[in-house]
Write a protein that binds this ligand. Structure first.
Ligand code: ADE
Length: 240
């Protein structure tokens, strides 16, 4: 998938394109990230990219002309049909289901990162297809939210995670929390790894993990249990 990012701070995106599994998916060509900086489209001699809001009040808005031209430039490269998403605390709240939908259905995606108090309403009407938020708090700009989109979408695209990693990460979205994990040493500062994990009995280990996972979900996120769907194998494991 090709991500077109509209941002006044393109360097920030190194954080997501150079590290870990998402960095690897960039190197392997599973995703690519292209950046457009509205500042480069500013016709102002000082390359100004902010302006006062009509009606007064605190703060500035992003100037419309450079922003619109940056989005148009991205559309010209990624294709007119590419979905344009504006990251804003007023958008719909992002969830795993929507991440998977985007990963499956979109070839390219344009993410518009706001700064200051936001963008002119007419740019939203003219250019934006959807508005999405990553949570009920206000970030100082849309960049971190756009990186959340890139990271979460890249992770679910085939080829980013190996089989085992992707099975494990799926567990949360089977509407349950993960079971606890342990690595070496067997005793760490006096605390032992649960004996079952050292037993070599894979059936019993799976059963223990399932019980831990369901117990944790019940304690920490009981709301998820309403949507819980146990597989046939899991039901058998629990009754063994
Ligand atoms: N920009 C500022 N706050 C945001 C949020 N919570 N989600 C998405 N974009 C934002």
């Amino acid at each position: 998938m090709l991500f077109g990012i509209i941002t006044l701070f393109p360097e920030m995106f190194n954080a997501v394109t150079h590290y870990g599994v998402v960095g690897k998916s960039v190197r392997n060509g599973i995703i690519s990230v292209k950046l457009w900086n509205p500042r480069e489209f500013s016709r102002n001699s000082y390359k100004k990219v902010d302006d006062y809001p009509y009606g007064g009040g605190a703060g500035m808005l992003m100037s419309s002309q450079p922003l619109k031209e940056a989005i148009t430039a991205a559309q010209n490269t990624l294709g007119e049909g590419s979905k344009v998403i504006y990251l804003s605390p007023q958008g719909k709240r992002l969830n795993h289901k929507y991440v998977c939908k985007l990963a499956q259905n979109e070839k390219n995606l344009i993410l518009v990162c706001g700064r200051y108090q936001g963008i002119d309403e007419r740019i939203i009407q003219m250019k934006i297809n959807e508005e999405w938020s990553i949570g009920d708090y206000v970030l100082s700009g849309g960049e971190l939210a756009a990186m959340v989109f890139i990271d979460t979408i890249a992770r679910v695209l085939p080829g980013t995670l190996n089989n085992q990693e992707s099975k494990r990460s799926n567990s949360f979205f089977k509407n349950r929390l993960n079971y606890p994990h342990y690595t070496r040493p067997e005793v760490f500062e006096g605390m032992r790894v649960p004996a079952i994990l050292l037993s070599g009995n894979h059936g019993q280990i799976s059963r223990w993990r399932l019980k831990q996972s369901l117990g944790r979900t019940w304690l920490k996120r009981p709301d998820l249990l309403k949507k819980l769907n146990l597989s046939k194998e899991e039901k058998i494991l629990l009754t063994e």
